[in-house]
Design a protein around this ligand. Sequence first.
Ligand SMILES: O=C(O)COP(=O)(O)O
Ligand SMILES: [Mg+2]
Length: 227
Amino acid sequence: MQFLSSANNNRSLKAIFFDLDGTLLNSAPDLATAVNNMLHHFNLEHVSLELICKWIGNGAPKLIERVLDHQQKSMVYLPTHQNALAQFYAQYDKVQGQYSTLYDGVIDTLTVLKSIGLSMAVITNKPSQFTPNVLKAHGLTEFFELVLSGDSLAQKKPHPLPIEHALAHFNLAKHNVIMVGDSTSDISAANNAGIASICVTYGYNHGENPLDLAANAHIHRFSQLLD
Ligand SMILES: O=C(O)COP(=O)(O)O
Ligand SMILES: [Mg+2]
């Protein structure tokens, strides 16, 4: 990709911050299984994978809020958000890593990026109780010097705080890093923090067209980071 290679040529690119769900990992099958197991526990109707894909990206509390809002329409008795979220966490704990898959080329591409000396971090809105295990289950742990989850700091994406925290952690300037993500939360976080971004078009983005996001570049396969 022109953007990444030109950044590399003038040696200004020193680190890449990656989103997790919808960027590195097709996590929707695990999340959907956990959501539907939670709904089953409360005798509620299952929801489709397609709908769940639209609700991923703002963290688990928001995902469960969207699931309950959807159920509201059928006028059934609903558990509280707190109980539904606790049940979802219990279910996600059981299924995580079982049905999710890395997108094509993720391991090979991260291996090359690491070998050329780039520092890498994960900045996800996933709750911190799950992120390390998810990374481990998919052989991703070794690539990342820093992992920030949705509840690691006082604010999550699209707030710029996680990116600002990562910049300080690596002691880098804004022009030294790029954010790679699939959704409006990632691209807005990058724009809010004043760093460049690359949007992958194969993720979730709440069912909206990722080409409409104001990223510096769009890629259709993860390995295009190396083109
Ligand atoms: O919404 C989530 O739980 C995770 O989303 P992210 O990894 O795409 O930030
Ligand atoms: Mg994402």
